[in-house]
Design a protein. Sequence first.
Length: 178
Amino acid sequence: MLDNWTTSFLRCEPVAHRLRAAFPQRWVRFHSLPNAKRYPESELEYQIVLDRFNSVVGELARPETTIVLLTTEFSFAPEPKRAPSDWPEVVWWRSVEVEDSFWHVYAAEVKWQAQRFDDVVRRVAADATGNVMMCHPACEWVVHPYDGGTDVILASTESRNLLRERFIGWLSSRSDGL
């Protein structure tokens, strides 16, 4: 599982903000709501968040193909204590030092289908959980939902540009793409 991580992401650990900074030419950000609104306030707005997320991932993964869900637990100890209780199917994959703490990264292989991660995306959109990513098993792409949008790192600038064009109305108007 994720055997190509080091090759695909050149010594960059699975920390979303580090990936975005390390691979700006392969990165794109899509806003979850119109006008870059950060948090949904109604069921209608949650549906927009979910539809946008499922549309983006649906462009990358075909139904029933395997993708890898990555989740993290924070601690000050370099060794993980136990798998997060919110994610019973995950197994420890690696630990990453982030400033003066550690992110223990857990992974689970999951079959993709639209709406499969709606509960996860709802929690992320509400800022109730974070540090979640979905990856192609061969590390061809990484998707990171956050409260306000979805960051995607693709295998090439060309594939990034194609995805940008597909969802151009969901991009930031800022020159830096944030």
